[in-house]
Design a protein around this ligand. Structure first.
Ligand code: SAJ
Length: 416
């Protein structure tokens, strides 16, 4: 096999993967439909925020190992890392995978490797990609190596996890799985397990579904404990002392582009059977409504009130707002007449309710809602606040909770 890789999609996964292969001796052509992403990349600039990625990309572009283009080209390996967004009706939008697969067909040659990295509904490689690849006239079982190798990295630690995490490679046959395993061995230090394509697709979806279902369970527990007048965080803490129990944490809902999306790809394929999976998704999606209701209960009427929310990203210590449950909460609050909404988030540069002066926003408000547990919020002296405080993450330290007394409210804790 030669050394040339064509990577389609230069986003959160495609770009770090391209840079990683480039740093390990491969010649990469990165393809993106977005002209400005391509132009900036060719000047060594990155378009996504991720620690260490900027330096790595600059280096491999300077070394001539990574070039970007809007067009695919002949190569030894094709890696598809395009987005698989979710449609209004909760089905996967597979247009980009389809288009990327069609784009490479004219360049396919005997011996080529084709890898799908994008998270996709089970059956995508076999049922969507293979029929398109057959249009090349090649016998895909004999002439090509085709596999799914899902990315499993966490934003914020992508470059470390790309190297260290275990990987699954699901081939359309054993040769395909082995060829792709060998390819990733060039930089992966974790174990690489081989299986069939549909099993690999399902593994990736189940990893995130496992987490989503467990968070759904924790959120249901939170609501039950509020009703029973006990504290879910104590229940979780003590239950987790059992050697075989790991309850997850409740919160304002589940965001990000993975947990809030992937379970639906299973529901789409098996709507009758995927009961727990669907219900967990719905439970988590309902949490911003629950937080909204708690705010209403605490303040009585919301009219003419000021609500200050700390943190709007989907989780702590990131600038990523994709599918953030706090954005959903803001939308619910917006519907109230004459309400003032202040958002405080040092990671976020733009939002219409964003306020610069954190101290002022914390003082002139009827309620402070701790939405995201950014580490930088640890410096806030919550005990000094004069408004009500609703903590959605059990973030505020016990001594400060005590100072707040009756004005401290916690998601998952009811009044006795
Ligand atoms: N959350 C809770 N309670 C918890 C844990 C998380 O409410 O106990 C919330 C977070 O606040 C956040 C959401 O869930 O809103 C998701 O956060 P996360 O840290 O669980 O995961 P992601 O979406 O950032 O990344 C996941 C990872 N998957 C797993 O840990 C199984 C990552 O490894 C995947 O690569 C990524 O999805 C992906 O791309 O699929």
């Amino acid at each position: 096999m030669g050394n040339k890789i064509c990577i389609l999609g230069l986003g959160y996964i495609g770009l770090p993967t391209a840079a990683m292969f480039a740093a390990n001796g491969y010649d990469i052509v990165g393809v993106d439909v977005n002209q400005s992403v391509v132009e900036r990349l060719n000047q060594g600039e990155v378009t996504i925020e991720e620690p260490y990625l900027g330096d790595l990309v600059k280096q491999v572009v300077l070394d001539g190992k990574l070039k970007a283009s809007t067009q695919a080209c002949p190569a030894d390996v094709f890696i598809i890392a395009v987005p698989t967004p979710i449609l209004e009706d909760k089905r996967a939008d597979m247009r980009f995978v389809q288009q990327a697969t069609e784009m490479i067909v004219p360049y396919l040659q005997k011996g080529n490797i084709i890898v799908l990295e994008s998270t996709s509904p089970p059956g995508t490689v076999e049922q969507l990609m293979c029929p398109i690849l057959r249009k090349s006239g090649l016998d895909i079982e004999r002439d090509l190596y085709v596999a799914h190798s899902p990315e499993r990295v966490i934003p914020g630690k992508i470059l470390i996890e790309l190297v260290e995490n275990n990987r699954i490679v699901g081939g359309i046959n054993e040769q395909s799985a082995q060829a792709v395993k060998h390819l990733y061995e060039s930089f992966v230090k974790g174990e690489i397990y081989t299986t069939d394509a549909t099993t690999a697709e399902m593994c990736k979806l189940m990893e995130n579904t496992y987490r989503d279902v467990n968070i759904g369970l924790a959120n249901e527990l939170a609501i039950i404990c509020e009703k029973l007048g006990i504290n879910a965080w104590d229940v979780i803490n003590y239950s987790n002392k059992h050697p075989r129990v790991t309850l997850h944490q409740p919160g304002p809902g589940v965001g990000g582009h993975c947990l809030a999306v992937d379970p639906w790809f299973i529901v789409e394929k098996c709507p009758q059977e995927a009961q727990i999976i669907r219900l967990s998704r719905q439970t988590n999606d309902a949490m911003p409504h629950h937080v909204f209701k708690r705010i209403k209960d605490i303040l009585g009427s919301l009219k003419h009130k000021t609500v200050t929310i700390l943190g709007i990203t989907y989780k702590a210590d990131t600038d990523d707002m994709r599918e953030s449950p706090i954005l959903e909460l803001v939308e619910l609050l917006e519907e109230i007449e004459d309400i003032t909404i202040n958002l405080v988030d040092p990671y976020v540069k733009q939002h219409k309710y964003l306020v610069e002066d954190q101290a002022q926003a914390l003082q002139n408000t009827d309620i402070v809602v701790l939405g995201v547990n950014h580490r930088c919020f640890e410096e806030i002296d919550f005990g000094k606040l004069t408004s009500a405080v609703l903590d959605t993450r059990n973030f505020i330290k016990p001594e400060m909770q005590q100072l707040l007394g009756e004005r401290y409210y916690l998601i998952g804790k009811g009044k006795q």
